[in-house]
Write a new protein. Structure first.
Lengths: 304, 304
């Protein structure tokens, strides 16, 4: 079974189990819409891949940890899409939750997903209380204050923000939680896996900035040009498109290099490189350079 | 030290500890505004009172449990006040978070407080992992799907809702979590304490409906007449004011009667009765009846 299939199956199973019986039907529908309208599932796959490298001795705990992180990610997307922030009508090619349901339900769906993430971990760890507590602590760090994704989003509300700190919190924090969770769900020391998450998270944010400039809305599944529109810090603005692509490639190299020695190192390197191509497809940026400047891509590394 | 003082001190201590260092300053300020702008602290006091009855052998865990529940309560108020719901300008006599800061920061402050609630429990239970897990499970039940306060709020978004189920979820659930938490933080069986929370929670909701009709905005600290305005289910609408006050009194009686036999039973009964008078002050509703009908109060019981 591929990691993606495993992630999707775990999400379906845990969502229904954690929703329970008798909840307001439209709230459950809004939460389901938030979670099951596409999505690359990169965070749960990362968690599962690292767990595989660590022996994955309690796969149901790994699954729960992976699902919980994806629910947190989906919660943040629902709230970020709302009129108070991006005011986005579409996400992954579908109507956003507040468009498909309503603003009140989007607000509550996000809240409900945050709490459901903890519920999923609590339901799956009866046999391993210490691991569950470590996983919850790790997830809380990735989401909350001072450096999690909620803090990252909040840096957009400050008059000044350090670009690195903003990006590390907004995207990197949950990637770090994902790689650390893979180790923690097996009772392993998480720190050796943190750099992989950090580099991938930063690469993901840079890729998002690049795609916001060059992609068409159809391939991105959400409106483009949002960073300029919302005056958000963007590496594509700060470094230029060439510079941002070079930075992205360097981060991918660092991510691959950071993977600890283990029997799954090759599998993990391959996952990183597949993800790099998915994030910033060569065909898309080369097409963009041809259309916009008539010169070839400035990408400095072709090895991915 | 009074329970209120203990609750306030624990809130201050745990808030700063859980916020950590380096978070976006306006986010922290918005969260602080949400938590420290008044509030009766009834949920943490209930938790602490029950813990006292159960021996309170790990007071720092009781404090953490009490604080975590109050943070959840504050989070729900921040989100409920937002334009998508009540669009309230004031709360407890102060500007609401979205008015004092902004809508984006109110959204994030609520999210941040939910996550902080778990952080507070995680930081305080190293010595007692099983109790912490039970407390987190209990809190998650009070907040999430299918019957917690998020679900309760979401019943307002359905075309039809059972009045009892709506009120039990919207308010009762977190009161039940509070009394159960008091027992759980001492390693006691929580179920005997659940009815106290359930009756008080229902009484609180009925009191809120009564106050929404009779109170002036100054004493309530928030706009009145909101239930009719937002077409919300209200016991004062359903039963009439006389009927709602009689129902409130009956619930208070049931709450007091439900308290399990213990050395603190008298103290707990007194707390319940003080809370009843605070919630629906005799002077206020008697004044209302004089002004609006010229007849005496229809309150059937005078023993509180």
């Amino acid at each position: 079974m591929s990691l993606l299939t495993r992630a999707e199956q775990a999400l379906s199973t845990h969502f229904e189990q954690a929703a329970g019986v008798g909840a307001p039907p439209r709230l459950v529908a809004a939460m389901r819409h938030a979670v099951f309208s596409g999505g690359a599932r990169i965070r749960p796959q990362l968690c599962m891949a690292v767990a595989t490298a660590c022996g994955d001795d309690v796969p149901q705990l790994t699954n729960a940890a992976a699902v919980a992180l994806e629910l947190m990610h989906c919660a943040s997307l629902v709230h970020d899409d709302m009129p108070a922030f991006d005011n986005a009508d579409t996400r992954r090619g579908h109507p956003t939750v507040h468009k498909a349901f309503s603003e009140p339900l989007a607000l509550l769906a996000g809240d409900g997903l945050i709490v459901m993430a903890y519920r999923v971990l609590l339901q799956s760890g009866v046999q391993h209380p210490e691991r569950v507590l470590a996983l919850m602590d790790n997830m809380t760090t990735g989401v909350g204050l001072p450096d999690g994704i909620v803090a990252g989003q909040a840096w957009e509300c400050e008059t000044s923000a350090d670009m690195g700190q903003y990006q590390r919190a907004k995207t990197g924090a949950l990637f770090v939680s994902a790689t650390r969770a893979g180790a923690l769900s097996c009772g392993f020391e998480p720190e050796p896996w943190a750099p992989l998450g950090a580099f991938l998270g930063e690469a993901y944010q840079v890729a998002d900035d690049i795609r916001d400039v060059i992609a068409d809305a159809a391939s991105l599944g959400k409106p483009v040009g949002q960073d300029i529109l919302h005056s958000r810090p963007s590496s594509a603005q700060a470094l230029g498109l060439d510079g941002a692509i070079a930075h992205f490639d360097h981060l991918i190299d660092q991510a691959a290099a950071s993977i600890p020695m283990c029997s799954c190192r090759d599998m993990l390197c391959q996952l990183v490189q597949l993800e790099a191509e998915r994030l910033v497809p060569k065909a898309v940026y080369e097409g963009y350079f041809k259309t916009h400047s008539g010169v070839a891509s400035g990408r400095i590394s072709e090895k991915h």
